[in-house]
Ligand binder design. Structure first.
Ligand SMILES: O=C(O)CCC(=O)C(=O)O
Ligand SMILES: [Fe+2]
Length: 317
């Protein structure tokens, strides 16, 4: 596939369209999800102010000293907070032994706990509190505004996915109304010396959940996907678009029809000295949602929350 063939979906046009046009756009999405599991969404409805607000806060957050950031390190086994350089090698989630990724991240969970939720694992894991930074001022508000936009965007994309799978548009609505998604802000610092052998900004991995909404810093490069032909292909930055990719849970959900593609972040030589930030929103259905394959004879089923907790534990052991 050439760079220019990267599928671009006009979400606003989909939502405003009649049934035949929706079906046509759905077929395009279906094809992309079967081939590479990656596409880009334009006309997505997320206000510029929410995007600008979080970029400004993230830059100030990551520019702080190590001590301020390390104070937000997650408690053992907890998923949210600050992970400093050297703490994660994504390729390890696939059993590959590599040096740590050249990155740092800040991670946050759902904004509210559903009333009546008593499951101890849910409360201790996905509803664990996010440790908020004291600075910069306005960080939490900007984070929550962006998170909330991502929840709504993910719901719209799940509508498109339902149509792409020939299902009623609201097919997924009942299992994504109390989602347990996580937002991760990444900073890949500028590099002034060559990395160790096999050391990447983010090692090759697949995402766990239903879908990921990625926003690379404008103009930044380095994200690559492994094509069906087994070659690494750059995902071009598309101004004003979000990159969407399928996670492992969606592969299970579609009985293996849609692919959760391996991807990684390399250091483009011409941008090596430049920092690169990105935002990854990992959408995950309700804690209690039972995920059964929609097609095929796959016997594998999963309960969303315990499934996610299991993936996290396996990658962090
Ligand atoms: O920073 C990026 O562009 C990709 C990050 C990613 O794939 C992840 O965190 O799962
Ligand atoms: Fe990823």
């Amino acid at each position: 596939m050439a760079e220019t063939d990267f599928p671009l979906i006009d979400l606003g046009a989909f939502l405003a369209a009649d049934a035949p046009t929706r079906a046509r756009i759905g077929a395009e999405v279906d094809r992309a999800c079967r081939e590479t599991g990656f596409l880009a969404v334009t006309n997505h409805g997320v206000p510029d102010t929410a995007i600008r607000g979080i970029w400004t806060c993230l830059q100030a957050f990551f520019d702080q000293g190590v001590a301020e950031k390390q104070a937000l390190a997650p408690a053992p086994g907890a998923p949210y907070g600050y992970l400093g350089p050297g703490t994660e090698a994504l390729a390890k989630s696939r059993g590959e032994d590599t040096p740590p990724d050249l990155k740092e991240s800040f991670n946050g969970g759902p904004l509210t706990i559903p009333p009546g939720e008593t499951d101890p694992d849910a409360l201790a894991f996905c509803y664990a509190p996010t440790p908020w930074p004291a600075a910069p001022e306005g960080f939490r508000a900007a984070w929550e505004a962006y998170y909330s936009e991502m929840e709504q965007l993910a719901a719209r994309i799940m509508q498109v996915f339902a149509v792409a799978l020939d299902l009623p548009e609201d097919h997924f609505a009942g299992v994504i109304d109390q989602p347990i998604s996580a937002l991760r802000a990444l900073n890949y610092p500028g590099q002034d010396r060559p990395p160790q052998a096999g050391q990447l900004r983010a090692g090759a991995h697949t995402d766990y959940g239903s879908l990921t909404i990625l926003l690379p810093e404008p103009g930044s490069r380095g994200l690559e996907i492994l094509t069906p032909q087994q070659v690494w292909r750059p995902v071009p930055p598309v101004e004003g678009a979000f990159v969407i990719n399928i996670g492992d849970l969606m592969t299970l959900w579609t009985g293996g029809q849609w692919v959760s593609t391996l991807h990684r972040v390399v250091t483009p030589p011409e941008q090596a000295r430049q920092r690169r930030m990105s935002l990854a929103f990992f959408h995950q259905p309700n804690w209690h949602a039972e995920i059964r394959p929609l097609a095929g004879d796959g016997a594998e089923t999963a309960v969303s929350g315990p499934y996610l907790m299991g993936k996290f534990a396996a990658a962090n052991s």
